[in-house]
Design a protein around this ligand. Sequence first.
Ligand code: ZN
Length: 171
Amino acid sequence: MMEDQTAIDAKFMAEALREAEAAAAAGEVPVGAVIVVDGAVVARARNQKEATNDPTDHAEIVAVRRAAEGLATWRLSAATLYVTLEPCAMCAGALVQGRISRLVYGCRDPKAGAVGSLMNLCQDPRLNHRLEVTEGVLAAEASEILKGFFRLRRKDDSKRFGELAELVEGA
Ligand SMILES: [Zn+2]
């Protein structure tokens, strides 16, 4: 019997959560992503913008770059991207540009999410590419990693992360 899609999604989201945990351990806002093609992970990434001082180094962007490089094509039409947090406008735009076929995300980002919260860039009929979207996969776990991170951070670094911390609190 073929593995159920829900179980497959949970399996790969668990891998994205491991990336998020590694980001937290490195002092980065914990968001992780993996890209899957034909049932195999072709790229893993985590938010790393504190380390690189690059505001575009969100988990999704880094994962898309790695997958495109590894597969030697910018057309990632066979790919599914799993990410722990709803993508922002920049990342949602990159998924459209990369022709990713499917997006699976964990929890929503009510303050910056661009795939259902503030807008839906991945399913806008005016754009030339749309993605199949599944949300809420291991959402409680994804949210808990963010909350735990900000709970610890708030004591010493509330200014820096204050805004996103509030957002996660409200989620
Ligand atoms: Zn982003």
